[in-house]
Write a protein that binds this ligand. Structure first.
Ligand SMILES: Nc1ncnc2c1ncn2[C@@H]1O[C@H](COP(=O)(O)OP(=O)(O)OP(=O)(O)O)[C@@H](O)[C@H]1O
Ligand SMILES: [Mg+2]
Length: 637
């Protein structure tokens, strides 16, 4: 469901729309030119009644058929001229405005890419989607139509009334009488409509979110037979949107009725008064005809003002929604000296956490931080396994290194440089990541892997695929060019994980952050990936989140994370002996039946003798391969 939103009421319609100026500026001449053309077209339309007057008072009164034909020809030409001018207007605005819409969308997309992860955690994706599509479309329509026509129709009405007053000012005043009440009505309408329009657009966003989630989560929905409740949720939202749209329609109907009715009454009154004046001989028949046809020609410009205002209102709301996203600050760039980078000295590859504390931006104030007092020194070339119960903060800790989130206190340094003082580009060159959820994009397998490194080529790709045991990619129908579907759905979980791993290692990063990268692999593939990973890990400094003892064996040392704190650091053996929680976690990972199923209570582990019998658990955990063997192998590198 949508989050707390900034209630939009601090800007008027005009103020909101004014913010579009930077986008409109490049096409301002075209727009203005188009408006002038449209005004010219309207003026041509206003000349028609004057020709009528000439016809009625001239050829018609004189019973001269030739003159009538000539008048008809004039009228035809004027009509064609008016239509042609409106056509020119449309042609003038169509292309530049498509450009405006495109550039706004591009800006929004670019901005979304640069917003911090915390923003995306908070905002439902449907809201962003609807802003990038529906709202921007509304804005293009606004610039193409209501914006011009508010101006054009305003000018037409003004010119028309000048003509009316010049022809017969008393009758003109009769027609002008409804102007004041209409204006008041329009103002009231605008305020009311603005609130409903905003609600409708937000509800479209909510609806988009539900649709998007159901499409992405279709397996869950089907698997649990939730399609009915999902359909119900959808229907509830559509009902809500329908109610809002009906409220909009009611408001529109009201304003439309008044805008049509009042001028119509005025025209009726003018007709009666005018006829009496003609009968009395105070007014020529031609003038009355001209007067009335001018008044009728003004009906459309006046009537249209209602829905032009409504469209402008929706556009103002769309603008607000657009800028609500655009106004969110992008990720702050490096605070320190720009361009500062870790030196290539002998300490190449040291990662240090100093007093790191982290709480999520939306955490309750005063609640315990997710991570606290994290002090960890990972030596150059070392691999540190991060072990902890589920929810202990492992993923959060790994996300701090590539600065997906920024630590709320303390600092993380790479070779002595604070990561917040490094340009992000540089940081992300140094650090590679693979997350629990391997995300693949709709692109070729090779492209997905090569995303991990700027400018990497065929050789690097082949090497990375080999390391991640992802050689299956060569055997796909089009080899590494094979498209993987949305989020790589057409691949198995393990295949996706291996591709994500290949992506992490393809750039030979100095620092590697792996969040449980082997969880979806079968034992045999895992052993193969581990063997290959060992080569990569030998060249880099790495943090590897691990749940299974076999993954832990890849590491030189292990850090145990317990409820957001580092509870112990040491080798696998040291921790097995020294930490009951660690021993419990490792044995649990082996699926020992009597292992407690509640991870929140690791203080009461049921691993008897663990501290006293150093060799026993290791042998239990690795029936085929002793832990010492593996450690010895690692030590030789
Ligand atoms: N985006 C977020 N916003 C707020 N809280 C979060 C967010 N992500 C995680 N948390 C909370 O932070 C805590 C640590 O989560 P984290 O994902 O780091 O655990 P983990 O150790 O990786 O667990 P697992 O082993 O299950 O992957 C959890 O209590 C979780 O509810
Ligand atoms: Mg995790």
């Amino acid at each position: 469901m949508p989050e707390k939103r900034v209630e939009p009421k601090d800007r008027s319609t005009v103020q909101s729309l004014m913010r579009l100026w930077p986008y409109v500026k490049p096409v301002r001449k075209r727009l203005f030119g188009a408006a002038l053309v449209a005004i010219a077209a309207s003026c041509v339309g206003l000349v028609i009644p004057l020709v009528l007057k000439w016809m009625v008072d001239g050829p018609v009164a004189d019973r001269d058929p030739g003159g009538v034909w000539l008048g008809a020809l004039y009228l035809l030409l004027l009509g064609i001229g008016e239509a042609a001018l409106f056509g020119v207007r449309r042609w003038m605005v169509a292309r530049p405005l498509a450009g405006v819409e495109a550039s706004m969308r591009a800006d929004l997309y670019r901005h979304l890419q640069r917003l911090p992860v915390a923003f995306h955690d908070r905002w439902p994706s449907g809201q962003l989607l609807s802003r990038a599509t529906t709202d921007l479309m509304l804005l293009r329509q606004f610039l193409a139509f209501p914006l011009t026509f508010l101006l054009v129709n305003g000018a037409t009405v003004l010119i028309g009334f000048v003509i009316l007053l010049m022809q017969q000012w008393t009758l003109g005043l009769v027609l002008l009488a409804p102007a004041a009440p209409l204006m008041i009505l329009c103002l009231v309408f605008e305020t009311k409509f603005s609130a409903v329009a905003r609600r409708a657009q937000d509800q479209v966003g909510d609806l988009t979110t539900v649709v998007e989630e159901s499409v992405l989560g279709i397996r869950i929905i089907k698997g649990f037979g939730r399609h009915r409740s999902q359909a119900l949720a959808f229907r509830t939202l559509t009902e809500r949107l329908r109610t809002t749209e009906l409220a909009k329609a009611r408001l529109l109907a009201g304003i439309w009725a008044s805008i049509t009715l009042l001028p119509e009454l005025a025209i009726g009154a003018a007709l009666v008064i005018g006829t009496v004046q003609v009968a009395d001989g105070d007014l020529s028949a031609g003038t009355l005809v001209a007067f009335l046809s001018t008044a009728l020609a003004l009906r459309w410009p006046i009537e249209s003002i209602g829905f032009l205002l409504a469209m402008s209102q929706e556009s103002a709301t769309a603008t607000q929604r657009f800028f609500e996203v655009m106004d969110v600050a992008e990720e702050a760039e490096a605070s320190g000296v720009a361009g500062q980078a870790p030196d290539e000295g002998p300490t190449r590859g040291e990662m240090v956490f100093e007093g790191v504390e982290f709480r999520y931006p939306d955490a309750e104030p005063g609640s315990e931080p997710v991570l606290a007092r994290i002090d960890l020194r990972i030596r150059p070339g070392e691999t540190m396994a991060l072990v902890g119960a589920t929810g202990s903060g492992k993923t959060t800790l790994t996300a701090l290194v590539p600065r997906l989130h920024d630590a709320t206190a303390g600092r993380i340094t790479l070779d002595g440089t604070d990561i917040t003082a490094m340009p992000r580009e540089r940081l992300r060159e140094l650090v590679s990541v693979a997350f629990e959820e391997p995300t693949l994009f709709s692109a070729g397998v090779g492209e997905n892997v090569l995303m991990g490194a700027e400018g990497a080529g065929e050789d690097e790709l082949r090497r990375a695929l080999a390391i991640a045991q992802a050689d299956f990619a060569h055997g796909l129908p089009q080899g590494v060019g094979t498209q993987v579907g949305e989020q790589g759905l057409s691949l198995s979980g393990g295949q996706r994980q291996r591709l994500a791993l290949a992506r992490a290692v393809v750039g030979r990063p100095r620092f590697l952050v792996l969040d449980d990268p082997l969880s979806a692999l079968d034992v045999h593939t895992e052993a193969l990936v581990e063997a290959a990973l060992r080569q990569v890990l030998a060249e880099t400094t790495a943090i590897v989140v691990a749940h299974r003892p076999s993954t832990v064996m890849l590491a030189d040392r292990v850090a145990l994370l317990s409820q957001g704190r580092i509870a112990a650091v040491g080798t696998h053996q040291e921790l097995l002996r020294g930490s009951a929680e660690y021993a419990w976690l490792m044995s649990g990972a082996e699926g020992v039946p009597e292992a407690p199923g509640v991870p929140e209570a690791p203080e009461a582990p049921e691993v008897p003798d663990a501290p006293d019998a150093p060799d026993a658990p290791a042998e239990d955990a690795f029936p085929d391969l002793s832990a010492e063997d593996l450690l010895a192998e690692k030590g030789t590198r």
